[in-house]
Design a protein around this ligand. Structure first.
Ligand code: ADP
Ligand code: ZN
Length: 754
């Protein structure tokens, strides 16, 4: 019923006779084992002895053997004779009750199979196995003798000689490292091992690189505002127990320094701390500040870390050696034994919402985790989400405020540029006032930032001769020209093709024209207008990883660049003292489409970007180009009236019964062909719940009607806040048969409506 369920194999262990014998011989205890698979529930097995809930065990399933977790309670219906014995218990630390309850609660809320949630707690499978010794390569006597042979090359090729030379000079090395140093393929090392010129030694596993944070170091002296805020956060930690507190401070007010004080208090109390950040790629400055404050880098957890580090970090967290973990949303599922504090920085950030697989909102689930662990949580932002504002108003969250920027820094002045009144040349995108301010900024030796939330060169490429537009073959989306890499890309599925020299439809050469700006095109305009200015592009597809992004940020701090041009990568977390001008090139971009949070998000994003300006002594300016200067968001940005904007936004949502005043759930039907998708959608529509206070909208083709070749239809379920949607949805889905390639994905509290 849920994603994948329909196609999963029959979960019941099958055999009769084998099970009977096993039972007579060894197995006397029934256990329930939750496997990291999208199955509806835990499966029953037999164990030779009593095994505690939470233990990791290996069990058979069909032809496979899998690692799962012994779950609470006992299975019921199946006779012991039909159960299979488990295979072995793994020596990993047990999954604690608190984390098991968390898995169950997340599964129940998101309507994902519990095993799919469990899988997120087991995302470093190797960590569950006993640490393996390392295999290191050393030169054998035969190898060294062959090296001494003359003339060189008689017994060894030049490449092989190089390998043995590397080993002769230094310590034993892992094969991969050896191949790298000798600049040869892995095959060469393997051949040398087989030939006996190189031999393998076993060494103990590598010690963990994770060092404990030193909370005894003292941070900077806090301002009176900061001290008062820090005091309240520390009080909560000392009081113990669950509490949710919002740290609501303007950009540059020192929110990070302030919550570091809470972190130090939790560490001093002997507890572990989890800090969630939206995108770890942007965490370079954050990491450096942490290192300055606590003497070491924290453990990190995000999609970019390698297998080995993932394994080490998981173990270090489980063993309590990692005292502070900073990570993206998936860090929420790490097995902390002594969790004492959770911090969610930039709590409003939309990337906390996971949209595929298990659809969950990490900020909300972080509050759940803190409450199950009975520890404080701090939500931090300069642009609070409406959900959080309403939770403060309802008294569920406390609030501490930092209303002023730190030291002499002032908040920047914001000015709107009304594009309806400006004359801009064709193919250019900077209106005269913004171009003028840029010139003045460069003149003064200061730095600028241009923000445009669009990757690539142009969002649409079209043939001037025949009107042909480039479309993705598997999505309802235009292809975006990326001039630097010479490709047309689909931003939804990653499909790429080369930009052809002539129109593929009418074959006219030189008729393809880009429409609209992307950051690459903006860079072109800046370098044309200001030939001497050093410009840098900060955009994910041109930066190979977080280190490159950090390098670029460092370049800004060291003033190797005069202007940074970027997408939302530039909006968050950066602190560039000489940056005084921020230009928003197209403020209206995020307002299109039917997203209920469009205005809120636009406010958050543009306010955050603007917050990069004037963070040190020099006053900052923010210029916002818009076609809709009368839009409430634009007015709120210009007058810095966040609270009034939020009130108006809240009133509108309350009126419409939308979150956080009402509940929403999305059902997305998808199938390999349009017929199956429509057929399933119609079946769902016929079975739709008819309950007072519950409205079902749809089915309608999704705005992204085809995504990765799958045809999508959407339902939206709306209800009052007092209604629990999950049982209603469960009942609805149980009455519909899902056939063939069709899948139904449930998204509780959806953020994306595409
Ligand atoms: P926010 O997270 O609220 O945007 P930050 O914590 O990044 O603000 O602080 C902005 C800048 O001010 C940083 O460079 C930070 O090091 C500095 N800062 C903040 N508070 C203090 C303080 N008490 N003493 C010294 N520097 C501070
Ligand atoms: Zn596509």
């Amino acid at each position: 019923m849920l994603d994948d369920d329909a196609s999963s194999p029959d979960p019941r262990p099958d055999s009769g006779i084998e099970g009977e014998q096993a039972e007579r011989k060894i197995a006397r205890y029934r256990i329930r084992v939750l496997l990291p698979l999208p199955l509806p529930e835990a499966l029953d097995y037999l164990a030779p002895e009593e095994i505690d809930a939470g233990s990791f065990v290996r069990v058979p399933l069909g032809q496979r053997s899998l690692v799962g977790v012994v779950w609470d309670g006992t299975g019921d219906e199946l006779p012991a004779a039909r159960l299979k014995p488990m295979l072995e218990a793994l020596p990993a630390p047990k999954l604690r009750p608190e984390l098991r309850r968390f898995v169950e609660r997340v599964a129940a809320y998101t309507m994902a199979p519990p095993g799919a949630v469990l899988r997120m707690t087991m995302s470093a499978p190797e960590a569950l196995e006993p640490p393996r010794p390392r295999r290191l390569c050393a030169a054998s006597d035969a190898g060294l003798a062959a090296l001494a042979d003359s003339p060189p090359g008689k017994t060894l090729t030049p490449t092989r000689r190089r390998v043995i030379e590397v080993l002769r000079g230094g310590p034993p090395l892992p094969a991969a490292e050896l191949a790298r140093l000798a600049a040869c393929g892995a095959g060469v090392v393997r051949d040398l091992l087989t030939a006996g010129f190189v031999e393998e030694h076993l060494a103990p596993p590598e010690p963990s690189h994770i060092a404990p944070a030193n909370w005894r170091l003292s941070g900077p002296a806090l301002s009176p505002d900061q001290s008062a805020a820090a005091r309240r956060l520390v009080d909560n930690i000392e009081a113990g127990g669950f509490s949710a507190t919002v740290l609501d401070g303007v950009t540059g007010s020192g929110k990070t320094e302030t919550y570091f004080a809470a972190l130090a208090a939790a560490l001093a109390a002997g507890r572990q701390v989890l800090v969630l950040l939206p995108e770890i790629a942007l965490g370079a400055q954050w990491l450096e500040r942490f290192r300055q404050r606590f003497g070491v880098l924290p453990a990190q957890w995000h999609s970019d870390i390698g297998q080995a580090e993932r394994r080490d970090t998981w173990r270090a967290v489980a063993a309590g050696r990692a005292r502070v973990v900073v990570g993206a949303r998936s860090a929420l599922f790490l097995p902390f034994p002594e969790l004492g504090l959770i911090v969610v920085d930039e709590e409003h950030d939309p990337s906390y919402k996971q949209e595929d697989g298990v659809c969950y909102q990490a900020r909300d689930m972080a509050v759940l985790r803190a409450s199950l662990a009975d520890v404080p949580i701090i939500l931090v932002s300069a642009t609070l989400s409406l959900e959080t504002v309403v939770n403060i108003a309802r008294g569920r969250y406390g609030r501490v405020a930092l209303p002023r920027r730190h030291a002499a820094a002032e908040l920047p002045a914001v000015q709107l540029i009304d594009l309806r009144r400006e004359r801009i040349e064709r193919g250019r995108f900077l209106a005269p006032p913004l171009a003028g301010e840029l010139a003045a900024t460069f003149e003064a030796g200061e730095q600028a930032l241009l923000f445009l939330n669009r990757r690539g060169y142009a969002p649409l490429t079209l043939c001037r001769a025949c009107g042909h537009r480039f479309q993705c073959p598997s999505c309802t989306a235009w292809l975006v020209e990326h001039r630097f890499t010479g490709r047309l890309l689909c931003h939804h599925c990653g499909h790429a093709e080369a930009l052809p020299p002539c129109c593929p439809e009418c074959l006219t050469a030189g008729a393809l024209v880009p429409c609209g700006p992307g950051v690459e095109r903006l860079l072109e305009e800046v370098t044309e207008r200001f030939p001497r200015v050093r410009a840098a592009l900060m955009v994910s597809d041109l930066l190979p990883g977080p280190r490159a992004a950090a390098e670029l940020a460092q370049g800004m701090i060291e003033r190797r660049y005069d202007v940074l041009i970027g997408t939302q990568l530039v909006a968050k977390g950066h602190h560039f003292p000489m940056l005084t001008l921020v230009g928003v090139v197209d403020a209206d971009l995020g307002l299109a489409g039917g997203d209920l949070r469009a205005a809120e998000r636009t406010y958050q994003l543009l306010h955050q970007v603007g917050g990069r300006a004037g963070r040190a002594e020099r006053k900052g300016r923010v210029l916002i180009q818009t076609w809709m200067p009368d839009q409430p968001v634009m007015k709120a940005l210009a007058s810095d009236e966040r609270d009034r904007f939020l009130e108006a936004e809240a009133a509108a949502r309350r009126q419409a019964g939308l979150p956080p005043f009402g509940r929403l759930a999305a059902l997305i039907v998808s199938a390999a062909d349009a017929e199956t998708s429509d057929f399933t959608a119609r079946a769902l529509a016929r079975a739709a719940p008819q309950l007072p206070g519950v409205t079902v909208l749809g089915p309608a083709p999704a705005p992204l009607a085809v995504l990765r070749g799958r045809h999508r239809r959407r339902f939206l379920v709306k209800a009052g806040r007092e209604v629990r949607l999950q049982p209603i949805l469960r009942d609805w889905l149980s009455r519909v048969r899902v056939a063939g390639s069709a899948r139904i994905q449930i998204d509780i509290d959806p953020y994306s409506f595409l």
